[in-house]
Design a protein around this ligand. Structure first.
Ligand code: RTP
Ligand code: MG
Length: 140
């Protein structure tokens, strides 16, 4: 296993309910280190560009509207096998299918308002991290 970095986003449903600290505790308890973090309110253009892979999906418009409905916290998580590890901690996209003890099982409101984003591959993690952070903002 190698030390990796992955991009995480605490989504608007979670920031609205003041859950950032509780979600961050899940990452830290699992051995992931938050090596960069900032709270931002995405523009429509930023959200569309970030989720460009989903542009043709039926839920794209709603997803973008949701992601700009309030502030988000974007963060870089670092640790052994961080990309897959974070996906495990997050749980399945639909909270109804998420395993017990995962963030989405415990906090998500719906398949869309599912509290967190996590990069789905190491290649995408590199692209997504560079989308939000300059190298000098990441302190490992
Ligand atoms: P994410 O990218 O946010 O980490 O989530 P994911 O990989 O588990 O799911 P993905 O398929 O990449 O979908 C991205 C986000 O779109 C919303 N979604 N809505 N209404 C729907 O059927 C639907 N399906 C997905 C969710 O917010 C999902 O996290
Ligand atoms: Mg995804």
């Amino acid at each position: 296993m190698a030390v990796e970095r992955t991009l995480s986003i605490v989504k608007p449903d979670a920031t609205r309910r003041n859950l950032t600290g509780k979600i961050n505790a899940r990452f830290e308890e699992a051995g992931l280190r938050i090596v960069a973090q900032k709270r931002v309110w995405l523009s429509k253009q930023q959200a569309e560009q970030f989720y460009d892979v989903h542009r043709e999906r039926p839920f794209f418009g709603e997803l973008v509207s949701f992601m700009i409905s309030g502030p988000v916290v974007v963060q870089v998580l670092e640790g052994e096998n961080a990309v897959a590890r974070n996906r495990e901690i997050m749980g399945a996209t639909n909270p109804a299918n998420a395993a017990a003890g995962t963030i989405r099982k415990d906090f998500a409101e719906s398949i869309e308002a599912n509290s967190v984003h996590g990069s789905d591959s190491l290649d995408n993690a590199k692209i997504e991290i560079a989308y939000f952070f300059a190298g000098t903002e990441i302190v490992g």
